[in-house]
Ligand binder design. Structure first.
Ligand SMILES: Nc1nc2c(ncn2[C@@H]2O[C@H](COP(=O)(O)OP(=O)(O)OP(=O)(O)O)[C@@H](O)[C@H]2O)c(=O)[nH]1
Ligand SMILES: [Mg+2]
Length: 357
């Protein structure tokens, strides 16, 4: 899973990137205005996997992973809205979800491009840019289709007509300020739209980047399921600390859960992901799969051959195994189930996949 961190200049993107990835990338108070992308891969924290590693003592425990991309270069300049150009557009579009940063911290040493602290407006302006940008993309595509429509073989003309109808249906959403992710789209339509890099189609999380000591009430109206406070600079410092020391700081500053964990948990919810586990002699491993996936689809996350040759999955839920105390005990208690192709994988399932090669 790739998550792109996007925000205006000096909103604290790099600081938050550091907080979420334990990196130590230099945060700077003056933007170069250039496209600059920092990338880091982090393990998805998972106490259940740690438990399984204890229980089975494999050579290694492999966590699911998330890639964060810190993408600088959005100008936040109203005058140029809708003009998110080539490389920047590509850098943003290459992510599965976006984490938008609105700036709530006030610091005279850190200039704000619009000379005002208003994280709600920052977040709205970005979404508005995304909508405008998508409108420009659709306009351009419709023009090109109009030019090609009457040429070429019949199938090609039908394909273009189909595409034109879809894009024309979506355009009014954008005009009304509705992101494309809120439109009802069939899997086939989603696939057709995939190549365009529509920004408003991306699922978004929003971060209100607060100063060190303000869990400021004046912004609490912005918070919802997918919008959360993060004291970026403080959390970036905590992310560099040894676990015990970090624990003390979290308590001292009244942070119930480290931002690093909160962000990933929300991403899983946003993208509708659940975790399942595999256990081998070499490794115990956590995998992410879309909720509602059947057993062969989950097998396909591990290896495409396992999906193709899927026979069945010997399945036990993590909680059952934990209660039983060992795999042998779980087996004796009849907690292991043989599940077939129709089985919908549940969060926390441990799967032993049988397949033909
Ligand atoms: N006081 C305070 N300063 C912060 C906070 N978060 C970030 N900063 C400072 O703001 C400045 C900009 O932070 P960055 O993380 O570099 O911001 P950015 O969005 O990556 O900036 P560009 O990539 O240049 O657009 C740095 O000097 C940070 O130390 C915060 O929560 N409080
Ligand atoms: Mg930066």
């Amino acid at each position: 899973m790739r998550i792109g961190i996007v925000g205006g200049p000096n909103s604290g993107k790099t600081t938050i990137f550091n907080a979420l990835t334990r990196s130590a990338t230099a945060a700077t108070a003056y933007s170069s205005g250039q496209l600059e992308v920092h990338t880091a891969v982090v393990d998805v924290p998972d106490a259940r996997l740690e438990f399984l590693a204890q229980m089975f003592a494999p050579r290694k425990a492999v966590f699911a992973q998330v890639t964060y991309n810190d993408i600088a270069g959005l100008t936040g300049d109203k005058g140029r809205a809708g003009q998110i150009g080539g490389p920047l557009l590509n850098a943003i579009a290459a992510n599965d979800a976006l984490l938008l940063v609105g700036r709530a911290f006030d610091d005279p040493n850190v200039p704000h491009p619009n000379d005002r602290i208003d994280p709600g407006a920052d977040l709205e302006a970005m979404e508005a840019d995304f909508l405008l940008n998508d409108m420009v993309t659709i306009d351009g595509r419709l023009e090109r289709i109009a030019a090609q429509r009457s040429r070429g073989p019949v199938e090609e003309r039908q394909r273009l007509a189909h595409e034109e109808a879809l894009l024309s249906r979506l355009y009014p959403y954008l005009e009304e300020g509705t992101p494309l992710r809120d439109a009802t789209l069939s899997p086939e339509e989603m696939k057709l739209l995939g190549g365009f890099g529509f920004l408003s189609l991306k699922p978004v999380l929003r971060v209100v980047n607060a100063g060190d000591d303000d869990e400021d009430d004046s912004y609490s109206h912005l918070l919802d399921d997918m919008t959360f406070f993060l004291r970026g600079r403080l959390e970036a410092e905590i992310a560099q600390m040894a676990p015990e020391e970090a624990g003390e700081f979290l308590v001292e500053f009244g942070i119930a859960e480290q931002g690093l964990n909160r962000a990933i948990r929300r991403c899983y919810r946003l993208l509708g992901l659940i975790s399942f586990f595999t256990i081998g002699d070499n490794e115990v491993r956590a995998w992410a799969v879309s909720a509602g996936s059947n057993a062969p689809e989950a097998a396909g996350v591990v290896h495409t051959d396992m999906q193709k040759g899927f026979i069945r999955a010997e399945t036990v839920h993590f909680d059952s195994l934990k209660d039983a105390g060992s795999m042998a005990a779980a087996r004796n208690q009849g907690l292991l189930r043989l599940e077939g192709k129709e089985y919908l994988v549940q969060d926390g399932d441990i799967l032993n996949i049988r397949f033909n090669v």
